[in-house]
Design a protein around this ligand. Structure first.
Ligand SMILES: *Cc1c(COP(=O)(O)O)cnc(C)c1O
Length: 324
């Protein structure tokens, strides 16, 4: 049976172009506006959550647990949609020192929903799945049923959201809203589910011969392993899915650290905003599109998935103070 899905995202999201963006990136770029999947819950994560939340509800869960960085877009999206479905939400957020975490952006929004925020250390975060399973087991003894969503919603079930996204673009192309063929689909990669879902969706639709994902943390070898596992899980859930298209991981444009941009990356984000009226985010989409602009061998025609992340940018106001 096909996994069921709840309705969270406003679909189809637009496909958008700007001549100045082609100039800034140095190739033909079509932008899939998944930053417009919703209101405060917008971004790529609610495509995955359509499947994950449906599963949680089917299992009779009365709460969800998930994890991420302090400014996790996924944690914020999960907190919001959990509330919409009357589920409690526990967030396990990685911090070096909880006193340092400004209650801005994503963290502020998550807190507004009343989600229970548990700050954990990087060492605890390394064991995040076990930690959440233990918390869920403890809640079970208190008569609660928790559904644990992995980091980024990135498992085989969540990735189906991006298989469907590629089917959506394919349909838009049939309607004349986008080219029928791209050289490459480009996205940022933080936990792998988006990139893996895209590669599977390309295998299904033939919209492009390959996917290119810019890792914002960890390295290509790590994501090769993660995505291989997600492919396996997704194809077990949907045996009719063909082999994924080749997925190329690029880990050379991470900038100084996760969540932090180099001056060149910041300038690029600012130029895109000033010349195109398109706001990228400093953790994911800004680094991925910058990475595309820096490739020696660029695809001639790329579909760039704008995965959202606006609250994360707003949490970094200080990093973007105009020079005096
Ligand atoms: C989570 C996220 C990504 C990365 O997607 P993954 O499926 O976790 O790899 C990209 N962009 C934004 C804005 C995100 O929040």
């Amino acid at each position: 049976m096909l996994p069921s899905r709840v309705h969270l995202a406003h679909l189809p999201t637009p496909i958008w172009r700007h001549d100045a963006l082609d100039e800034l990136v140095g190739t033909e770029v079509w932008v899939k506006r998944d930053d417009m999947t919703g209101g405060a819950e917008a971004g790529n994560k609610i495509r995955k959550l359509e499947f994950l939340l449906a599963d949680a509800l089917a299992q009779g869960a009365d709460m969800v647990m998930t994890c991420g960085a302090a400014q996790s877009n996924h944690a914020r999206a999960t907190a919001l949609v959990a509330r919409q479905y009357k589920l409690d939400c526990w967030l396990f957020l990685r911090v070096r020192d909880s006193a340092d975490e400004a209650r801005l952006g994503n963290l502020m929004l998550s807190k507004l929903t009343g989600a229970a925020v548990h700050f954990i250390s990087p060492a605890q975060y390394a064991e995040r799945q076990e930690l959440m399973q233990q918390a869920a087991a403890q809640q079970a003894r208190a008569g609660r049923q928790a559904y644990v969503i992995p980091e980024g919603g990135s498992n085989g079930l969540g990735a189906l959201g991006y298989v469907e996204a590629m089917r959506e673009v394919h349909e838009q192309a049939q309607l004349g809203l986008a080219p029928k063929q791209f050289d490459c689909v480009v996205c940022a990669c933080g936990s792998g589910g988006t990139a893996a879902g895209i590669a599977l969706g390309l295998g299904l639709t033939g919209l492009a011969p390959k996917a290119l994902a810019f890792a914002v943390c960890d390295d290509s070898a790590y994501f090769d392993r993660v995505c291989a596992e997600i492919f396996k899980q997704a194809r077990a859930l949907r045996p009719e899915l063909p082999e994924p298209a080749p997925l190329e991981l690029n880990d050379r444009h991470q900038g100084p650290a996760y969540g932090i941009m180099s001056d060149e990356q910041k300038d690029f984000l600012q130029d895109v905003a000033a010349r195109c009226g398109l706001i990228l985010d400093p953790v994911y989409s800004g680094k991925a599109l910058y990475g595309l602009s820096r490739l020696d061998q660029k695809p001639k025609r790329a579909l760039f998935i704008h995965t959202g992340g606006l609250p994360g940018l707003l949490a970094q106001a200080q990093a973007f103070e105009p020079p005096v």
